[in-house]
Design a protein around this ligand. Sequence first.
Ligand code: NI
Length: 193
Amino acid sequence: MAPQWNGAFLFFAGSSLAGKLQVQEKVYITKYNPYYDRYICLVPEENVRDILTKHLEKTTKLLSDIPEQRANYRYASGKWSLKEVLGHITDNERIMSYRLLRIARGDKTPLAGYNQDDFIRGSSFDSHKLSELIEDYMFVRRSTLTLLRGLSEEAWSRRGFVNNSELSVKALAYIIAGHELHHIKVIKEKYLV
Ligand code: NI
């Protein structure tokens, strides 16, 4: 099924996203909740699988150089620790790739949202070794990559409903990449200074 031009594209035509992406990319990721623009805008205009592969290596290197005791650091009271931020990146990727799988297979079931703070409260990331959290991140990313590798062109263009708004498979892949880039930027600016 060919991607279609629609009103939503016009809505985004004036956004910074529209200026960054090639027409083909824009057509595929046209429809999504504007909330996600904050993540998608961070992603360079390259093949999204290449970006996810490159950042698997870069993020793993960045985190592996952090001493264990530094990983419990939080830059202000009430903020997540560095371990919790990493755990959140991984949890979010699990959820986004699960959504991506269902939509890519043609499942039209509306999918529920999740509360990230509840997930942190329900986790025990601080009691894990940083190396274990890095390992978890790596396995989840590899799982995302092998999932994406197996998708047909048609599957990439499928759309479904998440948290009451429409999302395409392509948009979800960009959200996974952009969400990681957002948190890595925060890690560098707030946790590793
Ligand atoms: Ni996040």
